[in-house]
Design a protein around this ligand. Structure first.
Ligand code: 77H
Ligand code: MG
Length: 221
């Protein structure tokens, strides 16, 4: 039985990066996925946009939907203030196991809580089980048809406060048309599109940055 792609990514990290250095972990994954084997990490080009959003927002509580091999988990957690925490949800137990190893290798296990399960099942439990009030930043990078229902679930569960940012990957490729329509037309969000490319390719893609304005939205306008 051969290895899986996440296992090969972990091996590349252990071979080509330094324990405790998140930057070298991110670079090792990008090099592997650029030159050896494509993988669905947010990647270096979109990753710079993610970095800028995190550095500007200085979020204390972050939710990531879709961990995969923890590339964006490590990239984001590395830029967080000391007291900040990141919760990341991963559905697939195999990739979650690899993600956990990569998070530990990067030395970020104190900042990151990895939960194995589906976003729809876990979002309603986060307040209760993790004492979360609200999230300052949500990074959406999971099943593309779950972006909209999970955004509505976050609203319903009171997990977003005015000023919270939703940052969504892949809004062009593979695409999340119902989500884009919602955040761009709802009075509850101020949305803007960051044009970029699908990780490690020339294909069009981008990130949607949406600021939650509150359930009342901008009121009557
Ligand atoms: N509900 C729930 N809760 C928690 C979860 N954890 C995982 N999942 C399942 C998500 C499985 C991976 C999601 N990511 C993608 O599918 C993805 C795909 C491409 C791509 C692929 C082929 C192409 F030709 C072009 C582009 C590129 C990307 O950047 C992507 O992020 C969950 N679901
Ligand atoms: Mg993605």
């Amino acid at each position: 039985t051969g290895s899986t792609r996440p296992q090969r990514i972990l091996r590349a990290v252990q071979k080509n990066s330094t324990r405790g250095s998140p930057c070298s972990v991110v670079n090792a994954i990008d090099d592997y996925c650029k030159h050896k084997e494509w993988a669905m990490n947010v990647g270096d080009e979109k990753g710079i946009i993610v970095d800028d959003v995190v550095l500007e927002l200085k979020p204390i509580t972050v939710l990531e939907l879709g961990t995969y091999c923890a590339y964006s988990t490590v990239r984001i957690a590395n830029l967080l203030p000391p007291e900040a925490k990141l919760i990341t949800l991963e559905f697939n137990a195999e990739s979650a196991a690899i993600a956990r190893e990569i998070i530990t290798w990067a030395g970020l296990e104190e900042k990151i809580q990895l939960i194995i399960g589906a976003s729809g099942d876990w979002i309603p439990r986060l307040k209760e089980e993790f004492g979360i009030e609200t999230f300052d930043l949500v990074f959406l990078d999971h099943w593309k048809d779950r972006y909209l229902p999970d955004t509505k679930l976050l609203e319903k569960c009171g997990l977003l406060k005015p000023g919270a940012v939703l940052l969504a990957d892949n809004v062009i490729c593979p695409g999340t048309p119902d989500y884009l329509d919602y955040v761009r037309n709802s009075p509850r969000y101020k949305s803007k599109f960051y044009r970029s490319h699908l990780e490690y390719t020339q294909e069009e893609d981008g990130l949607e940055h949406s600021v939650f304005l509150g359930m009342a939205g901008r009121g009557a306008e």
